[in-house]
Design a protein around this ligand. Structure first.
Ligand SMILES: *[C@@H]1O[C@H](CO)[C@@H](O)[C@H](O)[C@H]1NC(C)=O
Ligand SMILES: *[C@@H]1O[C@H](CO)[C@@H](O)[C@H](O)[C@H]1NC(C)=O
Ligand SMILES: *[C@@H]1O[C@H](CO)[C@@H](O)[C@H](O)[C@H]1NC(C)=O
Ligand SMILES: *[C@@H]1O[C@H](CO)[C@@H](O)[C@H](O)[C@H]1NC(C)=O
Length: 392
């Protein structure tokens, strides 16, 4: 028996696995070893795997292919799990005034500001607003509208630094201990309900609203790369919209993570030139959905509270113009109780649907919607009292 096999067996004896499972595992581990011996010498990068000469290298390569509950965790993973576990166990810190932090990720304009003014009016003290811009904000945006402007480092602005921008928004908003829930929005987003409705929906929810689903197609699992192993396997890989809302604990966990994020930064869309260029992987669509499905799957909703229309099946979602925002359309979106998730399987993609539940009860899915063209502003402001009046 090779050193590697002995080592692996030793590891398993220490865990309290039942006998039949142990036999199955031994057989599969041995077959994996055999496969490994045959496969890896042919792989340029991992050619160090040769059971006879470099047993240790082979064990690592083999271990990387095993799911986390069977293989030995790396020291970084053990550290990450300990930190996450302790943050999740800490009861949330209650303040007198809980606020919701609205984080706007923009390209330098906020064309629907008047609608948001209408939404926030009369609720001072219950919200904070942070704006991340790629350019300086135009002078017409009133400084009273927001608490803090966070200019981006222009050189790094691009699809790949989206997550960096999200993290900068989160870290700034975390400085205020009264911010208890964090909402990421874009300049083309609109509110679908009254402030009070959204405040209660988010603050009293027992989960964060982060979309996360398995897309078995080329723009989902197809973007996984072997370099992400062992921490992120193909089975772990998830997809979801970047427009999240999250509880304070989850925001702290995102700040604490460097292990998983470094993998995504490196292998999921750092530049258009590198290896990831071929796969078009975008960290903003995969990092948080994958990370949370690994570290706190029960703590997220798996659907996003921001409605978006992919029905045209183009590279970008549909943008609604003034003539399309009828009261009927707005009421349909506000009362929708099934979430839609579009995969990249097949020519036109597949749709997954599941009902939206809030603390165990079925409720409408959407609190916000995108994308709305600036020319829809007047219509939206006029209709705001009407489409938000239905208490569902
Ligand atoms: C990546 O994007 C480019 C440009 O949009 C496209 O031509 C190419 O087919 C995409 N690759 C994959 C694997 O989707
Ligand atoms: C979200 O999906 C994960 C699987 O990735 C599942 O384990 C979890 O239960 C789901 N969360 C909820 C709230 O249904
Ligand atoms: C949220 O509440 C529902 C209904 O009470 C419950 O089934 C679910 O386990 C809760 N989730 C968490 C993460 O506490
Ligand atoms: C919109 O609301 C106003 C005031 O509540 C009401 O007078 C008006 O009839 C409503 N319009 C529509 C189209 O429902």
């Amino acid at each position: 028996m090779s050193k590697a096999q002995k080592k692996l067996q030793g590891t398993r004896h220490r865990s309290s696995l039942k006998k039949p499972l142990c036999v199955v595992l031994t057989v599969s581990v041995i077959s994996m070893l055999l496969i490994c011996t045959h496969l890896f010498p042919r792989h340029g990068k991992k050619s160090s795997c040769n059971v006879l000469s470099r047993a240790r290298g082979c064990e690592d390569a083999l271990s990387a292919l095993l799911p986390a509950h069977i293989r030995k965790l790396t020291i970084k993973e053990i550290a990450a799990r300990a930190v996450v576990r302790d943050i999740l166990r800490t009861p949330s810190f209650q303040t007198q005034n809980s606020k919701i932090a609205f984080l706007f990720l923009t390209h330098g304009t906020l064309p629907l500001e008047l609608l948001w003014d209408e939404f926030f009016k009369g609720h001072e003290g219950k919200f904070s607003i942070y704006i991340h811009t790629s350019k300086e904000l135009p002078a017409h945006i009133s400084p009273h509208f927001y608490d803090r402007e966070i200019p981006s480092d222009e050189a790094t602005w691009g699809r790949t630094s989206m997550v960096d921008a999200e993290k900068r928004l989160l870290v700034t908003a975390l400085e205020d201990p009264e911010n208890q829930h964090f909402v990421l929005l874009s300049e083309s987003c609109i509110p679908l309900h009254t402030f009070d409705y959204i405040y209660r929906y988010l603050l009293f929810s027992n989960v964060s609203f982060i979309e996360s689903f398995v897309d078995p197609g080329p723009h989902g699992t197809g973007r996984h790369m072997e370099d992400m192993l062992p921490e992120i396997t193909k089975e772990d890989f998830r997809k979801g919209s970047q427009w999240f809302t999250m509880k304070r604990q989850h925001a702290v966990i995102v700040m604490a993570d460097s292990l998983y994020y470094s993998k995504f930064r490196k292998y999921c869309g750092v530049s258009k030139l590198g290896i990831e260029g071929e796969k078009n992987c975008t960290a903003d669509e995969h990092y948080l959905p994958t990370f949370f499905s690994k570290i706190d799957p029960m703590g997220i909703s798996n659907w996003s509270v921001t409605y978006v229309d992919w029905s045209e099946r183009r590279r970008h979602p549909k943008t609604y113009r003034a003539q399309e925002v009828s009261l009927e359309f707005l009421k349909d979106v506000t009362s929708e109780e099934m979430s839609v998730h579009v995969t990249s399987l097949g020519e036109h993609g597949d749709e997954l649907h599941w009902p939206c539940t809030w603390n165990g009860i079925t409720r409408p899915c959407y609190l916000f919607a995108r994308k709305f063209h600036p020319d829809a502003l007047d219509t939206l402001v006029n209709r705001f009292p009407n489409y938000t009046s239905t208490v569902v």
